[in-house]
Design a protein around this ligand. Structure first.
Ligand code: ATP
Ligand code: MG
Length: 224
């Protein structure tokens, strides 16, 4: 059974003039456990929407998204939140750190949503792995954008998810940190046989991950 199985998923939004904007059109794709893939494509083409559909944050108009044998789109909102917390690690495009919480507590939250109590030592190790050993007590507003992105990476990996969704995970990072963080992400994913679905325009990431597809190359009906 594939780890991720998307069948004919469609999603349209309503634009400010009230017209329908078809963003995802009958898209189908599969990923196996242990597989890594980067999707690239022009701004606004629907990449983040696709990740949000997979995470059950956005509801599809039609079609199914199975993660293992769970159809995440058919779950209630609370069941989707709980499933996502347990099985998915999501590095959001805008990092989405909780503003009132320290770097360490933001990482801890990743464990909390998965129902696991994470030891302080594991949180410190996770922060150290992304180069933030000395920043555990810093609030997001006291961190640079790249440091916030690294906290978000640590948070997404702390509960050892089966599926990692990473939306431009190196967008705020210099070459050295990008290579280290993407390397860490791929290494932890390999240990857990997790699948990694990344969105990126970063050629350094293409080289590290290996498998790259253009959004327009994914199996979906062409929007006319
Ligand atoms: N909640 C929403 N309501 C209305 N339109 C939306 C909504 N979310 C996204 N869209 C539209 O869907 C389209 C795709 O957005 P999405 O965020 O998926 O693009 P993207 O490929 O991730 O772009 P980028 O590379 O800039 O992050 C855009 O045209 C956007 O205006
Ligand atoms: Mg996006």
């Amino acid at each position: 059974m594939p780890l991720l199985n998307i069948q004919s998923v469609s999603k349209s939004f309503t634009d400010p003039a009230g017209a329908a904007l078809q963003v995802v059109n009958q898209l189908s794709m599969e990923m196996q456990e242990g597989e890594s893939l980067v999707i690239s494509g022009p701004s606004g083409c629907g990449k983040s929407t696709l990740l949000n559909l997979i995470a059950g944050i956005v509801q599809a108009d039609s079609g199914s998204v199975h993660i293992g044998d769970t159809d995440i789109q058919s779950l209630s909102e609370s069941a989707r939140d709980s499933f996502r917390g347990k099985h998915i690690g999501y590095i959001f495009q805008n990092h989405n750190l909780l503003q009132g919480m320290s770097a360490a507590d933001n990482v801890r939250i990743g464990g909390f949503f998965s129902g696991q109590a994470i030891e302080d030592a594991a949180i410190e190790q996770a922060l150290e792995q992304v180069g933030l050993k000395d920043f555990k007590d810093y609030l997001p507003t006291q961190l640079s954008l790249g440091q916030q992105q690294r906290v978000a990476i640590a948070r997404a990996l702390i509960h050892k998810p089966k599926l990692i969704l990473a939306d431009e995970p190196s967008s705020s990072l210099d070459a050295e940190h990008a290579q280290a963080c993407i390397g860490l992400l791929l290494e932890l994913a390999a240990e857990q046989k997790a699948a990694v679905l990344m969105v990126s325009h970063d050629e350094r990431v293409f080289d590290q991950v290996g498998q790259v597809k253009a959004y327009g190359e994914l199996n979906q009906e062409v929007v006319s």
